[in-house]
Ligand binder design. Structure first.
Ligand SMILES: [Zn+2]
Length: 153
């Protein structure tokens, strides 16, 4: 499990391009917004404005699904952790909202979000994958087949 860095989103403008755009800075939750903005000024932007924070939904590189762990040991899916960004990005939040770690869900198909109750997506063990090879010609008249056993479903 990694410490939970968060994406700080700044609106930036350079004197080269005329349009405003967003710059994403991956930094600790309790980083100093002014220091992050300063580093963008030093990178050449002339206008830097803090907009919001966002938790990553996918690990990079790889694109694996992420889940978040709170001080009380509870699990939050990447949707809930962002839907409740005010609480989850507050270093002083209550125990059950204070994020202490983030990890990739590789193949746990029984990992559930403690807030919405939905199963957290996994990289390798999705039930949709288990559906595919179900009909491989078992025409023996048996009532129960072994095909449903993939990934424990
Ligand atoms: Zn959730």
């Amino acid at each position: 499990m990694r410490p939970p860095n968060i994406t700080w989103v700044f609106g930036v403008n350079s004197n080269i391009g005329l349009c405003d755009r967003e710059e994403h800075v991956y930094a600790p939750l309790d980083a100093d917004a002014r220091e992050l903005a300063q580093s963008l000024y030093e990178a050449g932007y002339i206008k830097v404005e803090y907009i919001r924070k966002e938790w990553e939904r996918w690990a990079w590189p790889g694109g694996y699904p992420l889940y978040y762990v709170c001080t009380d040991g509870g699990v939050l899916c990447s949707k809930c952790v962002n839907d409740n960004i005010k609480m989850t990005s507050d270093p002083e939040a209550e125990r059950d909202w204070r994020v202490v770690g983030v990890d990739i869900n590789y193949e746990n198909n029984e990992l559930f979000c403690d807030h919405c109750g939905e199963r957290c997506e996994s990289a390798y063990c999705e039930p949709d994958d288990a559906d595919a090879p179900a009909s491989t010609g078992h025409d023996t008249g048996e009532d129960s087949g072994p095909a449903e056993d993939l990934c424990g479903y």
